[in-house]
Design a protein around this ligand. Structure first.
Ligand code: HEC
Length: 121
């Protein structure tokens, strides 16, 4: 039996169902706006680490920081990357004795996100 009412209903609804299905976005990539070393990390390292872990510091000026453990550049952070980033995210470095104020929760979060997103340059 011819039923114009039902047919026109189907014509309008069917494309909408397709649109709804296509509109389901995959979960957003949490690393789209990941921090980068250049924009976000270098400044933290300069203030929190280079008083001791710098190629320009020798002898007592290193305040006990191991010789050769320097963080002046991105490349220098890579060989022992986990020690570097964990020292930061845990708040273990800078040490309380050195006169360099400890990292803020915000700084630790930024480093943590940078680490989880593959430490982009
Ligand atoms: C006031 C000086 C000073 C500052 C600033 C400092 N460190 Fe250190 N660091 C030391 C000393 C001293 C040692 C060796 C003794 C120790 O391990 O506690 C050390 C050791 C380390 C080590 C090797 C041992 C470990 O804990 O894994 C890492 C990695 C490290 N520092 C990372 C950092 C990072 C990253 C920063 C910046 C957030 C930083 N340090 C800031 C003095 C400093």
């Amino acid at each position: 039996m011819y039923s114009p009412g039902v047919r026109s209903w189907t014509i309008y609804i069917t494309p909408l169902l397709f649109l709804a299905a296509c509109g389901e976005d995959p979960a957003p990539d949490p690393c789209v706006d990941a921090p980068t070393y250049t924009n976000d990390i270098a400044g933290i390292v300069e203030v929190r680490c280079l008083d001791c872990h710098s190629t320009s510091k020798v002898g007592p000026a290193r305040q006990g920081a191991p010789e050769g453990l320097n963080y002046n550049t991105y490349d220098l952070t890579q060989p022992n990357f986990l020690a570097f980033s964990n020292a930061l995210t845990s708040g273990r470095m800078p040490p309380p004795s050195g006169g360099v104020p400890g990292t803020t929760p915000f700084e630790r979060d930024v480093v943590d996100e940078w680490q989880r997103c593959g430490n982009p340059r």
